[in-house]
Design a protein around this ligand. Structure first.
Ligand SMILES: [Ca+2]
Ligand SMILES: [Ca+2]
Ligand SMILES: [Ca+2]
Length: 223
């Protein structure tokens, strides 16, 4: 009986040891198998996907961005005279005389996504050289564009700005409009993101009527 018990004990030890060895060999085998797959190298051939800035599509409402308007307008709004690029919200800058409007937030610019991109829609009744769209990074101007009748977009047009000088840095990104005391300009902004390249697109006009932009905000908001 004692001998039999000893054999059983030995047998059990052998079974447990084998079981452990099999487990260990599986544990090592799985990472070894993954190491030998070249999938990551294949994926590296594709550019990294763009990333939306926090609330970059404004669909969370007037949060995350800091806003300033000379006349105290809520710039991130659903109360728009146009169709947003996406969702229901966009930022509406300008649209009234003697107005500076801006939205800004602190963002880290990834090394491989260092193009700031957004969609803008412009309706102006002014001549060029009076009202402006600007982008500031840490208070440095990195983009400027005339808000004027010849630059009316009649739809959403994408902008891309190279921020490689700020790659791997946390920076304050400000998008602003400056309107003088006559002949109105409106600047709409939506879908602000960081992307891999300078590639841009435009979207066909989503407003079938032509807008001259002379009193867009005043008509819409009754001011
Ligand atoms: Ca939107
Ligand atoms: Ca003007
Ligand atoms: Ca116009």
């Amino acid at each position: 009986m004692e001998k039999r018990t000893r054999y059983m004990a030995v047998g059990l030890t052998v079974v447990i040891t084998l079981g452990l060895l099999i487990n260990i060999s599986f544990a090592y085998a799985i990472p070894l198998t993954i190491k030998n797959i070249y999938l990551p190298l294949v994926l590296n051939n594709y550019p990294p996907a763009p990333i939306l800035l926090p609330n970059g599509d404004f669909e969370q409402g007037p949060i995350i961005w800091d806003e300033f308007s000379t006349h105290g307008y809520e710039l991130i709004t659903k109360d728009l005279s146009i169709t947003p690029y996406d969702g229901q919200w966009a930022a509406w800058l300008g649209g009234v005389f003697d107005e500076v409007s801006y939205i800004e937030q602190q963002v880290t610019v990834p090394n491989n996504l260092h193009y700031l991109s957004y969609w803008h829609e412009i309706y102006s009744s002014d001549t060029c050289g009076n009202d402006f769209e600007r982008v500031l990074v840490n208070s440095n101007e990195v983009f400027t564009y005339d808000l004027c009748d010849p630059n009316d977009t009649d739809g959403w047009v994408q902008v891309a700005i190279d921020l490689s000088a700020y790659a791997n840095q946390s920076v304050m990104i400000q998008i602003r409009s400056e309107c003088n005391g006559s002949l109105n300009s409106n600047l709409f902004i939506d879908h602000v993101r960081l992307q891999y390249s300078s590639h841009t697109m435009s979207q066909p006009a989503n407003n079938l009527i032509s807008i001259d932009g002379s009193s867009l905000r005043m008509e819409s908001q009754n001011r």
